[in-house]
Write a protein that binds this ligand. Structure first.
Ligand code: FE2
Ligand code: FE2
Length: 392
C-alpha cells in the first residue's frame, strides 16, 4: 500500500491549508501516513504547530515530500455526542449540552449552565412548535393595528370608567409578562419551542401593556386606582416556582378568566380604540391559555399526582389571599357602568346583571378547563370557586 501524498502547492496554513490536511487525514486507511508537498516557506513550522495539539506525529523528509503525518492521539470528537435528534426532543437534557443546537455534535467538556427545567415532561406540550409558529405569524403592530386617530367623545364618567379598566389591565398584563419571562430563562434550550413560545408570549404581553397604557392616557386624564388586593393576588403568581403550577394559575385559571373579561369589554367598549385593543389582546390570550391547558394535559399523563398538586396550589393561593379584598371596587363599578352605558336606574340594573353574568361565564370557563384536565365536575366547581376574585 502506498501512502497518499497531498500537494498543497503554494497554499499556506495562514490561508486555509489545514482544511486540506484535515480532510486528507480523515480519508486515510488505518495505519497509513499522509505525505505533504508544498512550496510555502513556513509550511514545516505551521504543519507541526497544527499537528501537535491534535496528537498527529510529523516526520521531516527530504525531497518533494516535505513531511509525513501519522495520525494519532485521541480525537477530540471521539467522545462527542449528539444533542438529541434535530426533530426529536429527549426526556432529559444534560446540563453539558447547554446552549448547543438540538441535534449538534457536542464536544465533551465545556460549561454546564444551570437550566433547572431540563426534563421534557416538566415543560413540554406537543402543540408547542405549532403554537409558536402561529404566534410568530400573528404578531401585530401596536402603532398601526389600533385606530388611535379615530374621532370619538365619551361622557366624562364613561371615559373615567374606561381609564380605570385600562389601569387595571396594565397591572395584570405586567404580571402576565413577568411570569413567562422568568420561566423561560430556566427552561433548557433543548426544549427550544417552549422557550420560543414563552418569549413570544412575553412579547404579546408587552404589546398588551402598551396598548392598554396608551388607551388609558389617550384623553390626557389621570390614571385610575391600583388596589392592594389586586396587587397581592398578582404577587402570588410571581412567586410560584413550579413551571406547571405557575402555568396552571396564570394561563389556565387567570388568562382563561381574562378571555371572558376581554370578550365582555369587546361587547361593551364605548369607543373603537378600546374595542380594537381588547380584541387584539384576546386573540393572543387564547394561545396562552391553549399552551397552558396542553402542557398540563401532557404533564398529567406523565404524573398521576399532578391533579392533587394543582388542587393544593389553588387552595394555597386562596388561603394566602383570604384576607385580601380581591377585585378593586373601582374596577367592578367601572365594568358595571361600561355595560350600563348610562346612569338611569334601569341601565345600572342592566350593567350590574351583565357583570354578574361575566363572573358566571368566567366560572363556567374555568370549570370546563378543569374538567378537561381530568377533574370531576364537583371538584372542578369547588376549585373554580376558590379562584382569586381579582380574576387574574
Ligand atoms: Fe395579555
Ligand atoms: Fe397572556
Amino acid at each position: 500500500m502506498t501512502d497518499p501524498v497531498l500537494d498543497l502547492e503554494d497554499l499556506g496554513f495562514e490561508s486555509g491549508a489545514h482544511l486540506l490536511v484535515q480532510r486528507a487525514l480523515g480519508g486515510l486507511s488505518p495505519g497509513a501516513r499522509l505525505g505533504i508537498k508544498g512550496r510555502d516557506p513556513l509550511l514545516d513550522l505551521h504543519l507541526r504547530a497544527w499537528c501537535r495539539p491534535r496528537g498527529h506525529t510529523v516526520t521531516a523528509a527530504d525531497g518533494p515530500v516535505r513531511a509525513w503525518v501519522a495520525p494519532g492521539g485521541p480525537d477530540r470528537w471521539t467522545n462527542a455526542e449528539r444533542a438529541g435528534g434535530p426533530h426529536g426532543v429527549v426526556g432529559e437534557a444534560p446540563a453539558h449540552w447547554g446552549l448547543a443546537a438540538r441535534g449538534a455534535l457536542v464536544e465533551p467538556g465545556g460549561p454546564e449552565p444551570p437550566f433547572d427545567l431540563a426534563e421534557r415532561d416538566l415543560v413540554w406540550a406537543d402543540i408547542a412548535p405549532a403554537l409558536y409558529a402561529s404566534a410568530a405569524s400573528a404578531q401585530w403592530d401596536p402603532a398601526t393595528a389600533v385606530p388611535w386617530d379615530a374621532e370619538f367623545t365619551l361622557p366624562p364618567d364613561i371615559e373615567r370608567a374606561v381609564v380605570q379598566v385600562m389601569t387595571y389591565l396594565v397591572e395584570n398584563e405586567q404580571a402576565a409578562l413577568v411570569v413567562p419571562a422568568r420561566l423561560l430563562a430556566r427552561v433548557h434550550p433543548h426544549f427550544r419551542e417552549v422557550v420560543q413560545l414563552l418569549a413570544v408570549q412575553a412579547a404579546d404581553e408587552a404589546r398588551h401593556v402598551e396598548v392598554f397604557a396608551r388607551r388609558a392616557a389617550l384623553t390626557g386624564g389621570p390614571l385610575g386606582t391600583s388596589a392592594a388586593g389586586g396587587r397581592e393576588s398578582l404577587a402570588t403568581l410571581l412567586t410560584e416556582p413550579d413551571f406547571s403550577l405557575a402555568s396552571f394559575l396564570l394561563s389556565v385559571l387567570g388568562e382563561g378568566s381574562f378571555l371572558n373579561l376581554l370578550a365582555f369589554l369587546d361587547r361593551h367598549a364605548p369607543d373603537p380604540v378600546t374595542r380594537r385593543a381588547v380584541r387584539l389582546a384576546r386573540q393572543d390570550e387564547a394561545r396562552h391559555v391553549a399552551f397552558g391547558v396542553a402542557h398540563l394535559r401532557h404533564r398529567s399523563e406523565a404524573d398521576p399526582h399532578l391533579r392533587s398538586r394543582l388542587r393544593a396550589a389553588v387552595e394555597r393561593r386562596h388561603d394566602a389571599l383570604a384576607a385580601s379584598t380581591g377585585l378593586n371596587q373601582d374596577v367592578f363599578d367601572a365594568l358595571i357602568l361600561l355595560a350600563a352605558g348610562g346612569w338611569s336606574p334601569q341601565a345600572i340594573r342592566r350593567g350590574h346583571a351583565a357583570v354578574l353574568d361575566l363572573r358566571h361565564e368566567m366560572d363556567e370557563g374555568r370549570r370546563r378547563r378543569l374538567v378537561h384536565l381530568g377533574f370531576p365536575d364537583d371538584e372542578a366547581a369547588a376549585l373554580s370557586a376558590l379562584h382569586t376574585r381579582n380574576f387574574m
